[in-house]
Design a protein around this ligand. Structure first.
Ligand code: SF4
Ligand code: SF4
Length: 135
């Protein structure tokens, strides 16, 4: 038996396919969806807990990779340091989950940790080192 929290990323060509359904039906896996969203470019992500018999689990992951779904482990926690933040907004355009976002009309950057899927995209774009990942 294996149980892991993972992030699945879907390209726009995959979001309308019944991929989660096949994981359950064809590989007898148990799925607990924790977060899911589709961005304006029609790319989607799902954060889920996936569990099942280890052979089925591995076959299920192989299926995901073969159809083009990117599978990543969910690890760590993102911490945003508002005092270091320069309010440049760069991270908000890369954050796929809307966890780092800008309010209008004040154009202030905020962080909602409950939406974060720990993809670490913000780490790459933040020159001020205002975001960090903690394990
Ligand atoms: S990229 Fe860094 S400095 Fe810019 S808004 Fe995001 S957290 Fe703040
Ligand atoms: S790691 Fe950063 S870019 Fe990724 S979802 Fe969390 S806040 Fe957004």
């Amino acid at each position: 038996m294996i149980a892991n929290k993972i992030v699945l990323r879907f390209s726009s060509s995959l979001v309308e396919q019944a991929i989660i359904y096949h994981l359950v039906k064809d590989f007898d896996l148990v799925i607990n969806i924790l977060k899911a969203d589709i961005n304006p470019h029609k790319e989607g992500y799902v954060v889920l807990e996936l569990s099942g018999d280890s052979e089925n689990y591995n076959r299920g992951l192989e299926y995901l990779k073969n159809v083009g779904v990117v599978v990543e482990p969910l690890s760590g926690t993102i911490v945003w340091n508002s005092e270091r933040c320069l309010q440049c907004g760069a991270c908000t355009t890369f954050c796929p989950a809307g966890a780092l976002y800008m309010t209008e009309p004040d154009r202030k950057v905020h962080f909602d940790g409950s939406k974060c899927i720990v993809c670490e995209s913000c780490l790459l774009v933040c020159m001020a080192r205002a975001v960090e990942v903690r394990f």
